[in-house]
Design a protein around this ligand. Structure first.
Ligand code: ADP
Ligand code: MG
Length: 632
C-alpha cells in the first residue's frame, strides 16, 4: 500500500535544483543575473577547473542587509516579486526566488555582502542548504558569492558532468552571453587565473560586441535598428559575406535577457534569405526591447525561452531591421565597388583582418547605437520590400476563366510607382532598369568593358583590376530586385503567339487553384481543352521556351511551400521568375545589355545572385603579375 507524504523541503529543493542548476554554467548564469538585478556596474566571474569545484561572482551592486542575507537562500525568497500580478510584467532577471535555494542545496556556499551605506557586511556559510555560520564581516559594498563542490551531495548528478574542459567552456559561454546582454555593465571573466574576456561596460553596444566577440567577428557585422508595434530592435547582423557554418553566433536578447527563439532565428534567416549562400547561417547580436507585459519569461526554468504575446509583430520587427541593414550595405555616395568584390574574390584571404581602425569605423561598426541604421528607401518599421498578400487561397477554375483573358495586360500591370521610370536599354533589350534604385544615380568609376568571354563572363577593366562578371547571375539578381520592388504588379508581356502547355495533372490542379497568384506574377493562363492550358502573357522578359519549365518550378515551390511563410514562398517564386527571365550563359547578349549589367555591378547594387553566389570576381594586376611570375 503506497504511503503519500510530503517531501521534506530540503529534498524538494534538491529536486528543484535539477531544473535550475543543471551544471556549473547554470550557477554562473544565476549568480551573474542576480548581480545585474542588484544594479552592479562591475562584475567579476571566476571559475576553477570546470566550475564544479569553485565559482566566484563578485559585484558592486546594492548588497544585502544581514537579515536579507539570512533568508536569501530560502526557497521562494525573493525581493523581486510580491504577488501574482507582478508575474505579468517582470523587469528583473530573477523573480522566482529559487536560484540561491537550489544552488545552496547542492553545494557549499559562502556569501559575503554589504549593503550600500552599511557600516559592516555579513558572511554566511552554507552546506547543502543549511546555514552553518553567519557572522559580521568587513568587506566592500556589494556581494561576493562563492560556490564550492557543486553536486558533492548528489553523486548521480556529478556523474553527468562532462570533462572540466567542456564544463568550463560552457561556463565561459554563459558568462559571455550574460555580458553581451548588458553593455552598460563591465564584466570580467577569469578561468584558472587567466582572463577569458573583459567588457568595458561603457554602455555602447559596439564596444561590448568588439570586446566580447573580437575584432574580426565584429567587423563583419552591420548595424541594425528598427521598431515595429512597440518592439524596438537594435544591434548587429552579419554581412552576407560573413555567414557561418552554424547558428552558434546568433545572440538574441529580450529586455536584457539572453533567449533562444526559433521565431527570431527564422526572422533573421529569412531576412538573409536572398543574400546568404545556402547552408550558411547569419550571425547576430540583436537586442529587443519591449514592454515587459508583451513577453512572458515564466515558461522555462532557466528562462532562456520566452513567449511573445504578439509573435508576428516581433518577427516583423527583427525581419525588417535586419533586411534594412542588409539592403543598406555598401550603398554609399562614393562608389567603391572593388572592396566588396575583392572580398568575394578572395575568400581565403581575410579582407577584414587587414582593415584599419578607420575602415572599421567606416564599416559602420563604431557608429553610436542610437544612430539610425543605414537605410534603404523606407524606415525599418515599414516594410522595406512590399509584402505580398499573394498566396491567398483563391482562384477557382471558374474565376480563372472569367478573370484573366479580359485584362489588357500591358497597361494594367505596369507599376504605377513613379520611381519606375522605365527602360534605359534600347527597345527590345531584355535588361530593365531596376526601379527602386533608379532614384539614386551614382557616378561610376572609370572602366572599360573589354568584352565577353564564353558567352558567360563579362570582362571589365577597372584601373589596376580586371572584373569578371557572371552575366546570368548578375541579371538574375537585377530581375529579382526589380520583381520584388514591383510587388504584385509584376510587369507582364503579351505573347504575340500564345503558347500552349500541358502540365502534369497535379500541377494543373495547382495552376487552377493559384490563378490569382499567377496573375499577379504576370501570367495569363486559360484552360484549353481537356488537359492543356493556353498562356497569353508571361512576366516581362520571360522567353517562350522558359514558360513550361517556369510553371513547373513554380508549382513545385507552391507544393513545398506549404510549410513556409507567405513571404518566403513568394520570394522562392520570384527566384524562379528572375532566373527564367534572365539572360543565360551561352546566349548572345547585346552591348547595351552588357553595359547595363556592368553598371549595376559597379554601382555596388548587385553583389550576390538571389541564391547568394557572388556575381563578380576581381583579378588585380598583382594577381596577374604573380601568375606570370613577373613578381613573386
Ligand atoms: P531571485 O533572483 O529569483 O529573486 P534568487 O534565489 O536568485 O532569487 O535570489 C534571492 C534574493 O537574494 C534576491 O531576490 C535578492 O534580493 C537577493 N540577492 C541574490 N543575489 C544578490 C546580489 N548579488 N546582490 C544583492 N542581492 C542579491
Ligand atoms: Mg536570481
Amino acid at each position: 500500500m503506497p504511503m503519500i507524504h510530503i517531501l521534506d523541503p530540503h529534498v524538494a529543493d534538491m529536486i528543484a535544483a535539477g531544473e535550475v542548476v543543471e551544471r556549473p554554467a547554470s550557477v554562473i548564469k544565476e549568480l551573474t543575473e542576480n548581480a545585474f538585478d542588484a544594479g552592479a556596474k562591475n562584475i567579476t566571474i571566476e571559475l576553477r577547473g570546470g566550475g564544479a569545484t569553485y565559482i566566484r561572482v563578485t559585484d558592486d551592486g546594492c548588497g544585502m542587509s544581514p537579515e536579507d542575507a539570512g533568508v536569501a537562500f530560502l526557497r521562494h525568497a525573493t525581493s523581486k516579486l510580491r504577488d501574482e500580478h507582478g508575474l505579468e510584467s517582470i523587469a528583473t532577471m530573477g523573480f522566482r526566488g529559487e536560484a540561491l535555494a537550489a544552488i545552496s542545496a547542492v553545494s557549499r556556499v559562502e556569501l559575503t555582502t554589504r549593503r550600500r551605506g552599511d557600516e559592516a557586511g555579513t558572511r554566511v556559510l552554507l552546506e547543502a542548504g543549511e546555514i552553518r555560520d553567519m557572522l559580521p564581516a568587513g568587506c566592500p559594498e556589494g556581494t561576493t558569492m562563492i560556490v564550492r563542490d557543486l553536486f558533492y551531495n548528489t553523486p548521480a548528478r556529478l556523474k553527468f558532468l562532462k570533462s572540466d574542459r567542456s564544463e568550463a567552456a560552457a561556463c565561459v559561454l554563459t558568462a559571455l552571453r550574460c555580458a553581451l546582454g548588458r553593455p552598460e555593465v563591465s564584466v570580467r571573466c577569469i578561468r584558472d587565473g587567466q582572463e577569458e574576456f573583459f567588457s568595458p561596460g561603457d554602455g555602447r553596444i559596439e564596444s561590448c560586441v568588439y570586446a566580447l566577440l573580437g575584432r574580426e567577428a565584429a567587423s563583419k557585422l552591420l548595424l541594425c535598428s528598427g521598431e515595429n508595434g512597440g518592439v524596438k530592435v537594435t544591434g548587429y547582423a552579419s554581412s552576407p559575406s560573413a555567414g557561418r557554418g552554424n547558428r552558434r553566433e546568433q545572440y538574441f536578447y529580450c529586455n536584457g535577457r539572453f533567449i533562444k527563439s526559433a521565431l527570431l532565428q527564422a526572422a533573421l534567416e529569412q531576412a538573409n534569405k536572398n543574400t546568404l549562400l545556402v547552408g550558411r547561417y547569419p550571425a547576430c547580436v540583436l537586442y529587443l526591447d519591449m514592454s515587459c507585459a508583451a513577453v512572458d519569461v515564466n515558461v522555462h526554468p532557466a528562462k532562456t525561452e520566452v513567449k511573445f504575446s504578439d509573435e508576428k509583430t516581433v518577427f516583423d520587427a527583427v525581419y525588417y531591421a535586419v533586411l534594412s541593414a542588409l539592403s543598406g550595405e555598401g550603398r554609399s555616395a562614393s562608389v567603391e565597388p572593388s572592396a566588396g568584390t575583392r572580398q568575394m574574390a578572395e575568400p581565403k584571404k581575410d579582407f577584414y583582418k587587414s582593415m584599419s581602425a578607420a575602415d572599421f569605423r567606416a564599416n559602420g561598426y563604431a557608429a553610436k547605437p542610437a544612430a539610425p541604421a543605414p537605410r534603404p528607401s523606407a524606415p525599418a518599421s515599414a516594410p522595406v520590400w512590399p509584402r505580398p498578400s499573394a498566396l491567398r487561397e483563391g482562384g477557382t477554375a471558374a474565376q480563372l476563366r472569367l478573370d484573366l483573358p479580359v485584362r489588357p495586360v500591358r497597361e494594367e500591370k505596369t507599376p504605377e510607382s513613379p520611381v519606375n521610370t522605365g527602360f534605359s536599354a534600347p527597345a527590345g533589350s531584355k535588361i530593365v532598369e531596376n526601379p527602386v534604385q533608379n532614384v539614386e544615380k551614382l557616378s561610376l568609376p572609370d572602366h572599360k568593358i573589354v568584352g565577353e568571354a564564353m558567352k558567360t563572363y563579362i570582362i571589365v577593366e577597372l584601373g589596376e583590376e580586371l572584373l569578371l562578371i557572371d552575366k546570368h547571375a548578375a541579371h538574375e539578381r537585377m530581375n529579382f530586385d526589380r520583381l520584388r520592388a514591383q510587388e504584385r504588379h509584376i510587369m507582364a508581356q503579351s505573347l504575340l503567339v500564345p503558347v500552349t502547355v500541358r502540365p502534369a495533372a497535379e500541377d494543373a490542379e495547382l495552376i487552377e487553384q493559384n490563378g490569382e497568384l499567377l496573375g499577379e506574377l504576370g501570367f495569363e493562363i486559360e484552360p484549353f481543352g481537356e488537359r492543356d492550358y493556353i498562356v497569353r502573357a508571361v512576366p516581362a522578359d520571360m522567353d517562350a521556351g522558359e514558360i513550361a519549365p517556369a510553371l513547373e518550378e513554380i508549382c513545385e515551390k507552391l507544393r513545398r511551400g506549404k510549410s513556409l511563410g507567405e513571404q518566403q514562398v513568394w520570394d522562392e517564386i520570384l527566384h524562379t521568375v528572375a532566373c527564367k527571365a534572365a539572360i543565360k550563359a551561352g546566349w548572345d547578349t547585346t552591348e547595351a545589355e552588357l553595359e547595363r549589367i556592368v553598371e549595376e555591378v559597379l554601382s555596388g547594387r548587385v553583389k550576390y545572385c538571389p541564391h547568394g553566389r557572388p556575381v563578380s570576381v576581381t583579378l588585380s594586376r598583382k594577381d596577374l603579375d604573380k601568375m606570370f611570375k613577373r613578381i613573386v
